[in-house]
Design a protein around this ligand. Structure first.
Ligand code: COA
Length: 262
């Protein structure tokens, strides 16, 4: 049982944990406490085998997340700024990217600065037609510090990433979809149903293989390892798993696989 906390609502539905960042009066901006609570929720969910995937969204009609909490960092020193970024990477952004279960961002409004960086750290993004996405940090005299300089270029290409970051422009949901920043574009009503459609497919597949696939895809974006070599090793290891035996037996027996995630 995952607890709802002050700023994080947690609800489990059919093996999916729906996490709602719940600070709507501040457009769900990420203060320290929200980051801590989100981290703790993710840590707890990782150890619950009944949770197969996560949907992450923002409370209210207006925003997914409107960035890091500007009021909180207004008087930070250089060292505090560095720490803000490092802690964020460790507890949320890299943590989500390397999470063992797929995380789908349901982008239901503004996704700005740390909010877009949060959506980009997720494995899959679905956006509703009222979404507005951008990295406006240079308007404040800072740069994106939660992975935005790296992940935006990976998703939309270097040219568009440069333009979005140096102009601080927001893009609408249609452009986000056209540019590959969003996997799917829906109406506001269809946003969560579309996310559940994706998570229901994930739920019937091998958790072990999914965890490994996330690891290997990410390896391709890590300059210190060779993604192809990691793939060879991990592909080989798959043959030693219970899920592999079950998946292949089920196929040969013409029945539905019942994966145990082992
Ligand atoms: N940090 C802290 N508070 C924020 C915030 C953020 N990133 N984004 C919004 N808020 C707060 C506002 O200060 C306001 O609080 P208040 O009612 O106590 O004054 C409340 O959320 C509502 O925002 P508001 O600006 O009144 O809404 P709007 O519809 O006029 O504008 C935005 C919406 C998203 C365009 C605007 O809030 C904005 O530009 N936010 C900052 C985005 C940003 O630069 N993010 C990157 C941070 S690194």
């Amino acid at each position: 049982m995952i607890m709802t906390t002050e700023y994080i609502l947690s609800e489990v539905k059919n093996g999916v944990l729906v996490i709602t960042i719940n600070r709507p009066d501040k457009l769900n901006s990420l203060n320290k406490q929200t980051i801590e609570e989100l981290h703790e929720t993710l840590v707890e969910a990782e150890n619950l085998p009944e949770i197969k995937s996560i949907i992450l969204t923002g409370a209210g009609q207006k925003a997914f997340v409107a960035g890091a909490d500007i009021a909180e960092f207004a008087n930070y020193t250089i060292e505090q700024g560095r720490q803000l970024s490092a802690t964020g990477h460790f507890k949320i952004f890299n943590f989500i990217e390397n999470y063992s279960k797929p995380i789908v961002a349901a982008v239901n409004g503004f996704a700005l600065g740390g909010g877009l960086e949060l959506a980009m750290a997720c494995h899959i993004r679905v956006v509703s037609d009222n979404a507005k996405m951008g990295l406006p940090e240079v308007s404040l005299g800072v740069i994106p510090g939660y992975g935005g300089t790296q992940r935006l270029a990976q998703l939309v290409g270097k040219g568009k990433a440069f333009e979005m970051i140096v102009t601080a422009d927001m893009i609408n949901a249609t452009d986000a979809y056209k540019w590959g920043l969003a996997n799917h574009l829906t109406t506001q009503e269809e946003l969560l149903p579309k996310c559940f459609e994706i998570t229901s497919k994930i739920a019937s597949k091998s958790p072990t293989a999914i965890r490994t696939a996330i690891k290997v895809i990410n390896a391709g974006y890590n300059n210190h390892v060779n993604g192809y070599e990691v793939e060879i090793e991990e592909f080989g290891k798959s043959f030693g798993t219970g899920d592999f035996k079950e998946g292949v037996s089920a196929f040969l027996d013409k029945r539905k696989a019942d994966f145990k995630g082992n």
